[in-house]
Design a binder for this molecule. Structure first.
Ligand SMILES: Cc1cc2nc3c(=O)[nH]c(=O)nc-3n(C[C@H](O)[C@H](O)[C@H](O)COP(=O)(O)O)c2cc1C
Length: 205
């Protein structure tokens, strides 16, 4: 069935071929391409057509690395806090695993994986639908990137940017919350597809 879908329809092909990519070539993305990706995000549906998304965009390598390192520090702190307590041994094992797997502090860009473009997506805190709207917007952007020959990855950990000491550099107003970042670039890996669970649809009579 998948082969049929893929050969048939360019939209479905794009959906099926998108992967979260975490290795990028050292190639900058031009401004027009970034704008086309943002415009695709802006075409997402939003509750009551509020279009609540705001984009805070980094393209400067040293700035991206600086944010990456600060977010990694907050991530580690948050992880320790939320997992400490009674289960100390399990926490320690998990933390060691995370540090080893993610190489959280050794890599120059542990959070944004060397991508040339990072788009933080924020929205007004008082909007109860914002997280859903931002998710839809992000998915449109990732599919647009794929259609334009680029790769992407959603970065949920980017929400910890609010707790970093350099957050003010993003100039996000207090009334907005950062939900997510999406990274974009020319991918330098072709990850296998993660098998999808299919026993999660329930047709109700
Ligand atoms: C809300 C959300 C947050 C995510 N956060 C991260 C993240 O912080 N870092 C990362 O490398 N990948 C992150 N991912 C990517 C997922 O790991 C990835 O989508 C999942 O493994 C499925 O792989 P696929 O996107 O290639 O289909 C996130 C994905 C989503 C939807």
């Amino acid at each position: 069935m998948e082969t049929e879908i893929l050969s048939d329809n360019i939209t479905l092909r794009t959906i099926y071929e998108r992967r979260s990519v975490r290795k990028f070539k050292n190639i900058a993305i031009d401004h027009d391409t970034i704008t086309r990706i943002l415009d695709a995000g802006r075409m997402a549906p939003s509750a009551m057509n509020k279009q609540p998304w705001k984009f805070y965009i980094l393209t400067e390598k040293d700035t991206i690395k600086a944010f990456s390192k600060e977010i990694a520090k907050v991530t580690a702190r948050t992880f320790v806090k939320s997992h400490s307590g009674s289960d100390v041994i399990r926490t320690a094992i998990q933390l060691l695993h995370m540090l080893k797997e993610g190489d959280l502090f050794k890599r120059p860009d542990p959070i944004f994986h060397g991508a040339p473009v990072v788009v933080f997506i924020a929205a007004p805190r008082e909007n109860e639908w914002a997280a859903i709207d931002v998710g839809m917007c992000a998915q449109n952007m990732m599919l647009a990137a794929k259609a334009l020959g680029l790769d992407s990855c959603p970065i949920g950990l980017a929400k910890y940017v609010e707790q970093t000491k350099i957050f003010s550099r993003l100039q996000v107003p207090l009334a907005e919350q950062v939900h997510l970042a999406v990274i974009f670039g020319c991918g330098d890996e072709e990850p296998d597809v993660h098998k999808r669970t299919r026993n999660n649809a329930f047709f109700i009579e």
